[in-house]
Design a binder for this molecule. Structure first.
Ligand SMILES: NC(=O)c1ccc[n+]([C@@H]2O[C@H](COP(=O)([O-])OP(=O)(O)OC[C@H]3O[C@@H](n4cnc5c(N)ncnc54)[C@H](O)[C@@H]3O)[C@@H](O)[C@H]2O)c1
Length: 265
């Protein structure tokens, strides 16, 4: 039977696990998924913020719960995914948004800093994806969305940074590039089993506090964007809703850049 185009975006009662969901972009994503009817599990290292976000979504009459998780810790990821499946009997979609950010210049970066960055941003993504896939494969359906970055595609331009700001760190971009290849690998590996895997590539979405703090850098950042401005958190959510929904039923192994054109030149 023909499904109306608008109904294909419906996420009514879909169980969606959002890892790193209490942050700037995660809050917008969790809210948007809930607004489309999903039952959202906000998972984050920052339990209080995850709880507050889930409460505020519920206060608006939608479905969300919070679960603490440390993406640097394998047992924590396994346990969190197990609880989600135990509580809801299935997992329909998973959005992975965690990362670790150092402020160290690449030439001074220690092995421990490099490895910790990789541990959260790349190994964490692998483990979240692996556990989500294990939960989805027996049902023959599911959608996994990993957050990469424009710095997984292009390098930061050192000339853009004033002396008091360290360029975006090397471990971050290398991990985010790895996430893109992992997405292709997982997508192909599970393509015939109904589990789709895709990536979001955000451009610059600075925190509101950093926008207020550093006018000069913000102007330079905006000037690098072909659209001439940075992104608002709400502008990221539509693509995540799409990828989690049946509207994207033939979409796997791909990337959606939401970057005002940053990676287009
Ligand atoms: N904001 C941007 O400009 C931008 C640009 C490119 C890519 N991204 C990507 O988008 C995603 C979301 O970024 P954001 O801007 O919302 O950042 P954010 O810092 O606001 O959110 C990240 C969330 O991950 C959580 N987190 C960090 N380490 C964790 C761990 N070990 N275990 C569990 N949770 C952990 C944090 O508590 C936080 O809530 C990230 O993957 C980031 O790399 C953001």
């Amino acid at each position: 039977m023909h499904q109306r185009a608008i109904d294909r975006f419906n996420l009514h009662d879909r169980v969606i696990w959002v890892v790193g969901g209490a942050g700037l972009l995660g809050s917008a994503v969790c809210r948007a998924l809930a607004e489309h009817g999903a039952n959202v599990i906000v998972s984050d290292l920052r339990s209080d913020d995850a709880m507050k976000l889930a409460e505020s979504i519920r206060a608006d009459g939608m479905k969300a719960v919070a679960k603490t998780l440390d993406a640097a810790d394998e047992p924590s990821i396994i346990e969190c995914c197990r609880q989600v499946v135990d509580d809801h009997n299935r997992l329909d979609a998973c959005v992975n948004m965690t990362f670790r950010y150092t402020k160290t210049a690449w030439i001074e970066m220690t092995t421990a800093e490099w490895e910790h960055g990789m541990r959260v941003s790349l190994t964490g993504a692998f483990l979240v994806g692996r556990e989500a896939a294990k939960a989805m494969l027996p049902n023959g359906r599911g959608s996994i969305v990993h957050f990469s970055s424009m710095y997984g595609v292009v390098s930061p331009d050192p000339a853009m940074y004033p002396p008091h700001i360290t360029p975006n760190p090397i471990d971050y971009g290398v991990a985010k590039a790895g996430v893109l290849q992992m997405v292709r690998y997982h997508a192909v590996a599970m393509a015939k089993q109904g589990v789709r895997v895709n990536a979001i590539i955000p451009g610059p979405f600075p925190y509101p506090w950093s926008q207020q703090k550093d006018d000069e850098f913000m102007n330079r950042l905006a000037a690098k964007v072909p659209m001439g401005r940075v992104g608002n958190a709400d502008e990221i959510a539509g693509a995540v809703v799409y990828l989690c929904s049946d509207a994207a039923s033939f979409v796997t192994g791909t990337q959606i850049a939401i970057d005002g054109g940053w990676t287009a030149w």
